[in-house]
Design a protein around this ligand. Structure first.
Ligand code: ADP
Ligand code: MG
Length: 365
């Protein structure tokens, strides 16, 4: 059974398209994270699913029921926002109970459910306080409690952690994930933070200017990014991109030097290609390997467990970042040889910016 299905959703404000060709099929109990830069349409998509905005075209199904034209209150959705707008004059207990009170549930039932959820969220000792006597993290938990108590079919989160400090954000991220697994509520979670997306999601939607660039598991987004955009977005430091050319026996830079990739036969020679290599897949080496790159180092960052080296390929001036384990005892200005394994290479078509599968040989459409 599919719990949330979006079919060809588009949304425009005064003829300016904000969402285009949105097709998503989210399974029951799944935790899906939507990630993308500020202004790419994340909040608009959530608000459209919640019914706070209407789609310009397309259809929305929840549990196989068409809810496209239904009021927000008839969609059985709970939403947690960044500004978790608690009622300031109400105690925590009444804030959590609110959704059941307006639905006129019996007092005993309300009491039992508020207590159960407060225990689950570890805020049972705060029920008599007002929101202004709570920390940011505690308020966030109350907002979660208020949303959970109705037992909705679908949970929507819009950057719920972005107002919290870094340490609390990591704690809350684990907590939300744990809670979601416990309650098994299908969830759609918006963030601009790719680490939050990678750590929390069963599957991730990468949104770029209102389009879905890729919808896949964190593992697949990392291993097989579908486009240059996704490749650069997922992973920190970002993937290195090198403009290169295919030759009879591999791939090299435009002028031939300083990058040498040996490939099997059976590919189109003389084509432009973008090569992608993640900083963590570049290793220092003396001897040649599948992939060899020469880089002059101009900046070093020692992080303790690892060292980030920044530099450039001398002839092309292409910037390269490397992440190596442990301490690097070299110095700025040094020219080093790096190698990578062929299976860690990514390749993209310079025109379409889409992935080309190197393992299945390089052929262009
Ligand atoms: N009510 C509105 N009227 C006109 N344009 C809007 C409205 N709401 C959002 N937008 C525009 O739609 C785009 C996407 O906004 P939004 O969904 O809030 O992005 P995100 O949440 O990814 O930061 C932005 O360019 C924003 O300016
Ligand atoms: Mg937003």
């Amino acid at each position: 059974m599919s719990t949330l299905l979006l079919k060809d959703i588009t949304k425009s404000y005064l003829k300016t398209p904000v969402l285009q060709d949105i097709n998503l099929d989210i399974k029951e109990g799944e935790f899906v994270v939507i990630v993308g830069a500020s202004g790419c349409g994340k909040s608009t998509l959530l608000r459209t699913i919640a019914g706070l905005e209407s789609a310009s075209s397309g259809a929305i199904y929840i549990d196989n029921q068409d809810v496209t034209n239904k009021e927000p209150k008839d969609r059985d959705i709970a939403m947690v926002f960044q500004n978790y707008a608690l009622y300031p004059h109400m105690k925590v207990y009444d804030n959590i109970a609110y959704g059941l009170k307006v639905r006129k549930r019996p007092k005993a039932e309300i009491k039992e459910r508020v207590n159960k959820i407060a225990t689950l969220l570890q805020i049972d000792h705060l029920l008599d306080r007002k929101p202004n006597a709570l920390s940011g993290g505690q308020r966030q938990r109350v907002a979660m409690g208020r949303a959970i108590i109705r037992n909705p079919k679908l949970f929507l989160f819009d950057e719920p952690l972005s107002n919290l400090d870094a340490k609390l954000r990591v704690d809350m991220r684990l907590e939300i994930k744990r809670l979601q697994q416990q309650l098994k509520i299908t969830s759609l979670y918006v963030t601009h933070d790719q680490v939050e997306a990678m750590t929390m999601a069963d599957r991730i939607v990468i949104l770029n200017k209102g389009y879905i660039e890729q919808f896949d598991t964190p593992k697949m987004l990392y291993q097989k990014p579908a486009s240059v955009f996704v490749a650069g977005f997922i992973g920190a430091p970002s993937m290195n991109f090198i403009n290169a050319k295919t030759t009879d026996n591999g791939i090299c830079l435009e002028d031939g030097g300083e990058l040498d990739i040996v490939l099997e036969d059976n590919h189109d020679a003389g084509k432009d290609i973008i090569i992608g290599i993640r900083p963590e897949h570049l290793q220092l080496s003396e001897q040649k390997n599948d992939v060899d790159i020469t880089v002059t180092v101009d900046t070093i960052e020692h992080l303790g467990a690892e060292t980030l080296l920044y530099g450039f390929i001398p002839s092309s001036q292409t910037r390269i970042t490397m992440k190596i384990n442990g301490y690097w005892s070299g110095s700025v200005g040094e020219t080093i040889h790096l190698h990578a394994r062929k299976e860690h290479l990514h390749a993209f078509d310079p025109d379409t910016k889409k992935r080309i599968d190197l393992n299945r040989h390089i052929h262009y459409a």
